[in-house]
Write a protein that binds this ligand. Structure first.
Ligand code: TYD
Length: 415
């Protein structure tokens, strides 16, 4: 085992050692580790990708943690330029500003602030803002764009430093970042220190119920240490005297959940009914029991056979296939299924910095979106299936000209 990796021997929420391994996705490179042409001949670091269930509290998490310095110090992931994502952030900023009556004295802190996209919306609305992100390269971009940013990992120590320097925050946001954090107790104690007594902590993460139901196995990768259902999350926040006051299921990232927390108050909790309903759905889906995960692993294996058979068949007919969306999840799928350059001629992606690079592990070249129409391959396998509708809408001419899209998840469809 590589020494850049720490084995997880007890649950990061409840500490139980009753952990059940249920899905082994092999030993693969970090899926955001895109390669330059000159690096293709060098050997790549690869890390085990296996998932386990805590049979005590129900947290699903990886069996290993790759050193965050390897994954995040020079993080190339920039918030996807997508209408759906932008709408989601805009909705969150406006709703928060209005509902919590923010003004120019309110400090909004964003944990995992990336390039500052969310905070720039708050800034335009007129609040004070502060980004916190360990990726030095992204912090620099954000600062250049006028978003003050601390290039630090968030935890109690960082929270104390920020509170001294900027005062307490009225709003703390953490979108799609909680899954990246190993020390969840450090996160919660940091939030508890930094948030004002009347403040709100807002988070959004992919919802385990959707992941399991839709077989979204490719969203499981090294950066995502935990996969949350509500039960273990509530167990965690309860220890820090927080309660959920709003819960919303959202369609992004294959199904996410947005939670708003406040410090516990004696008044009746208005979100209780919805929370109880979701907890009952989780129980019915068997999310706290290993049986559901044994079945999930079997379904993933069936999907692999079905997709590979289909692609091999297409290749036998001498037809050409490309990938669409050089998403990290696509790199998990191609590595785990063994889909390489002999199967996919190239992968199309709208992100300028990915174009000209190669995917980790499978070394498939990445090309700009215009190539689809000019080249007209017979099939385009949508690896960024979370954006399938947006992509197909954008590329209507490709289908009109006879091209076909293959969507692998939740079940294989040809359109
Ligand atoms: P993303 O959603 O960020 O997924 P992951 O978290 O798995 O990396 O990746 C989506 C990728 O798809 C991203 O590289 C941009 C690309 N993309 C396009 O090429 N065209 C599009 O129209 C959209 C919406 C995304």
């Amino acid at each position: 085992m590589n020494k850049e990796v720490k084995e997880v021997k007890k649950c990061r929420i409840c500490g139980s050692q009753k952990l059940y391994r249920f899905l082994d996705l092999g030993v693969i490179p970090i899926p955001n580790g895109f390669l330059k042409k000159e690096d293709l001949s060098k050997s790549e670091n690869k890390y085990e990708l296996t998932c386990q269930l805590c049979e005590n509290c129900g947290l699903v998490h990886l069996t290993n943690v790759v050193n965050p310095k390897i994954m995040f110090t020079n993080y190339l992931y920039v918030t996807a330029q997508s209408k759906i994502m932008l709408n989601n952030l805009t909705h969150l900023a406006y709703q928060t500003y209005k509902d919590f009556k923010l003004d120019k004295s309110s400090l909004v802190c964003d944990i995992g602030s990336n390039d500052g996209s969310l905070l720039s919306l708050f800034k335009n609305l007129g609040t004070r803002v502060l980004g916190i992100d360990p990726a030095q390269n992204l912090a620099k971009i954000a600062i250049k764009n006028g978003i003050p940013t601390e290039a630090k990992l968030f935890g109690l120590q960082t929270a104390k430093m920020i509170e001294k320097k900027y005062g307490q925050a009225k709003i703390i946001t953490a979108l799609n970042v909680i899954a990246h954090i190993d020390n969840l107790h450090g996160l919660l104690s940091g939030i508890s220190h930094l948030l004002s007594a009347d403040g709100y902590f807002i988070t959004e993460f992919p919802y385990l119920l959707d992941l399991i139901k839709n077989k979204e196995f490719d969203t499981i990768y090294h950066e995502h240490l935990s996969y949350f259902s509500l039960k273990p999350w509530i167990y965690l926040i309860d220890k820090y005297d927080f309660e959920i006051v709003s819960v919303q299921r959202r369609r992004i990232h294959g199904g996410s959940i947005r939670l708003i927390h406040q410090r516990k108050r004696p008044k009746k909790n208005i979100a209780k009914k919805t929370l109880d309903y979701l907890l009952s759905l989780e129980k019915t889906a068997g999310l706290y029991d290993k049986k559901a995960y044994i079945q999930f692993a079997q379904e993933v294996s069936n999907l692999k056979t079905e997709l590979l058979n289909m692609l091999i068949d297409i290749k036998k007919q001498k037809k050409r296939i490309v990938g669409y969306g050089a998403a990290a999840k696509g790199n998990v799928l191609t590595n785990f299924f063994g889909i390489d350059n002999s199967m996919l001629d190239y992968i199309i992606d709208s992100t300028p910095y990915k174009q000209g690079l190669y995917t980790p592990g499978m070394h498939i070249p990445i090309k700009p979106e215009e190539k689809l129409l000019s080249d007209m391959p017979n099939y385009a396998l949508i690896l960024a299936w979370n954006f399938a509708d947006e992509i197909m809408e954008k590329q209507r001419q490709y289908t009109k000209n006879g091209g076909k899209f293959i969507i692998p998840i939740p079940k294989i469809r040809i359109i």
